[in-house]
Ligand binder design. Sequence first.
Ligand code: FES
Length: 152
Amino acid sequence: MSASILLQVNGETHAFALPRETPLIYVLRNDLGLNGPKFGCGLGECGACTVLMDGRATRSCVTTLGTAEGRAVTTLEGLATQGTLHPVQAAFIAEQAAQCGYCLNGMIMTTVAFLARNPAPTEAEARAALRYNLCRCGTHVEILRAVLRAAA
Ligand code: FES
């Protein structure tokens, strides 16, 4: 065990007596019960585990608790405000962009970060922004429509 590490998640601060090298996704899912981030590859390659760290899309499977200390972490659960879905969440539902849904956490979190820096993207820019988020069902067409709908 190590000294207490303070982690800010979805606006709340939590203290953990865990090794600094503990993967962030383990802390989010196992200790905080936040199941938005999904464990896919565990290697930083699929994007299912994406969260926002200081607004940047970040793969929580290859990010340590120590790295996240002092940063503002936002998970899928932190996007909605006062019971109202984030516009990106609403757009993904409106476009029926899920088949199995396992990738959607990463798709949505990556889209939120992307649209924050490029609010009016072209289709090509949206495709490029999501190129490292993998969907094994093949709903990329609906996902792309959702991204552009959220930007509109
Ligand atoms: Fe983190 Fe695949 S589970 S990138």
